[in-house]
Design a protein around this ligand. Structure first.
Ligand code: FAD
Length: 505
């Protein structure tokens, strides 16, 4: 968003970021996220309690620093599904349709490198396990395509990733032209406490530094919030924009009554199917032993290639579980398996398929815990409360299992490790319970300041209702998910919002 604003040399853009410029060298290593996502300097934890019924407590994470979550994410760059963007445009208006997002993706990819065949023909050919997975999906009716970005409908292909030359490129890359031109400035280590208002207009922000001192930044034209789905609603609430009763309870004077602030949280709930595979196949031997890991590290250091140079799931598939042409499931597939629920490689050869419904219906909420901007908000996570989500979870599990059982994998797979015999095939209730209890939020939350409808927090131009000069331009404005990933979507949304604000729309 800031990069798009700064494309107009007559505008001066100030980015206020709570975290630092990243200094952890592991951030550049694509597989380094298994360590960096636990680095408290650039990653924050958000305990996510069940929204309604008793259930598991998740820990959600977000990146903190210039580049946000793209500093620690899996680098997967999934544009998404055209029919889901059509659904979004029903809420946000035709300006937010698939063709508009398509143009934004093209624009971004000219600055932010995205490795995807055919743009990176030199990338390593798929391993025997990945080839078998592709063939297995083909046998279940999901065709291989050269570039999953360029196609619609059911498809499988190499996962596009924000990697170039074996190194992660975060969203901070997008700021370079503005920084070079000199009309974009970034202030780090300043947490925005609240939006400053004069009458019914936003006029700036107040920030707090690590030593507790406070600074006021005045905005001549616009204040745009991009703190993300988990932080933007609390920031609005601290600014007096939210449900008046809730605000008074927190000791905040209401400025604008906006009861939907923080409500409508939707998250994709991923469940992983694991299989043991033939000894010697896949990456467990290379990344799960000290010797193998040293070899992979040496290969990476010398050639910037090998298993450390790619993201977590080399294959991405969009599947329509009803047999049609409108994918409702995302499958992410890899030729390594992890130990238990952690991120360490298992001590045996394995593969994993993460499967999830693209469009969850169940909702949760996020609200400020108090007036302290450094305290994590209260997150109430949806847990498949809506029966449509339980059905979709069962279909996701069934689809992943069908791929594993395809004849093309018979020479590769030994047996299913997870969920294994604990969930009998055909038992949809047990399958949904498995996803509910062993699955987790996958850091893709949207919806907490959603557009659409008479009581929406923002209008179709993403202006916060009831106050002038204030926009929200992050995933919190999306009422539903248009993709199986949110990184590409967040950047394209920011680009579209920034371009429109720049043009005075
Ligand atoms: C571990 C992990 C793995 C992921 N993997 C993938 C993946 O492979 N593919 C994919 O598509 N998606 C992935 N995602 C999700 C995706 O990266 C995010 O949805 C997306 O980057 C969110 O972008 P955003 O700009 O909306 O918010 P964020 O990335 O959360 O950025 C918000 C920024 O605002 C700052 N901020 C927050 N509050 C304040 C405040 N009060 N004052 C000042 N600054 C503030 C934060 O420090 C942060 O830098 C992953 C996310 C995580 C956490």
């Amino acid at each position: 968003m800031a990069a798009a604003l700064a494309e107009d040399p007559s505008l001066r853009v100030l980015v206020v970021e709570a975290g630092p410029w990243n200094r952890n060298p592991l951030v550049a290593v694509p597989k380094g996220f298994v360590r960096t996502m636990f680095d408290p300097r650039i990653s924050l934890e958000y305990p996510a309690l069940p929204a309604r019924e008793p259930g598991p407590v998740d820990v959600w994470r977000r990146g903190r620093g210039v580049g946000g979550s793209t500093l620690i994410n899996g680098t997967m760059y999934l544009r998404g599904e055209s029919h889901l963007y059509d659904g979004l445009a029903d809420h946000l208006g035709a300006d937010w349709s698939w063709p508009a997002f398509g143009r934004a993706f093209d624009h971004l990819e000219a600055v932010l490198p995205v490795s995807a065949p055919p743009s990176e023909p030199s990338s390593e050919p798929p391993s025997e396990v990945l080839r078998a997975l592709i063939a297995g999906l083909g046998e279940t009716g999901v065709p291989l395509v050269p570039d999953v970005r360029a196609a619609v409908g059911p498809r499988v292909g190499r996962t596009p990733a924000t990697i170039r030359g074996g190194m992660r490129r975060s969203a901070a890359t997008l700021l370079r032209p503005g920084l070079r031109a000199g009309n974009l400035r970034v202030l780090t280590g300043q947490t925005t406490v609240r939006v400053l208002t004069a009458g019914d207009r936003a006029v700036g922000v107040e920030t707090v530094l690590a030593d507790g001192s406070r600074i006021r930044h005045h905005a001549r034209r616009q204040v745009v919030l991009t703190a993300g789905t988990l932080e933007t609603p609390s920031l609005l609430e601290r600014s007096g924009i939210g449900d008046p009763d809730r605000l008074r309870h927190l000791g905040i004077d209401p400025v604008v009554s906006a009861p939907r602030v923080g409500e409508g949280l939707r998250e994709q709930r991923g469940a992983t199917v694991k299989a043991r595979i033939r000894f010697g196949l896949g990456l467990n031997g290379r990344l799960g032993t000290t010797r193998g890991l040293l070899g992979a590290a040496a290969q990476y250091l010398v050639t910037r290639s090998g298993p450390l140079a790619s993201g977590p799931y080399p294959l991405a598939a969009s599947v329509d579980s009803t047999g049609g042409n409108r994918p409702d499931l995302q499958l992410l597939l890899t030729d390594i398996s992890t130990d238990g629920t952690g991120l360490e490689p298992a001590d045996h050869a394995g593969l994993m398929i993460q499967a999830y419904a693209l469009s969850p219906y169940s909702t949760g909420s996020v609200h400020a815990a108090n007036t302290d901007p450094c305290r994590p908000p209260h997150v109430r996570a949806p847990l498949l409360e809506d029966p449509r989500d339980r059905d979709a979870a069962a279909r996701a599990l069934k689809t992943a299992r069908a791929a594993l059982a395809a004849p093309a994998l018979s020479g590769v797979v030994i047996d299913e490790e997870l969920p294994g015999v604990s969930v009998a095939g055909g038992d949809d209730e047990a399958a949904a319970a498995f996803v509910r209890t062993s699955g987790g939020g996958i850091y893709h939350a949207v919806g907490t300041c959603a557009a659409g409808g008479p009581d929406a927090v923002v209008d179709e131009q993403l202006r916060v209702r009831g106050i002038d000069g204030l926009h929200v331009a992050d995933l919190s404005v999306l009422p539903t998910h248009p993709s199986g990933g949110t990184a590409a979507v967040a950047m394209a949304l920011g680009h579209l919002a920034g371009s429109r604000i720049r043009e005075g729309r």
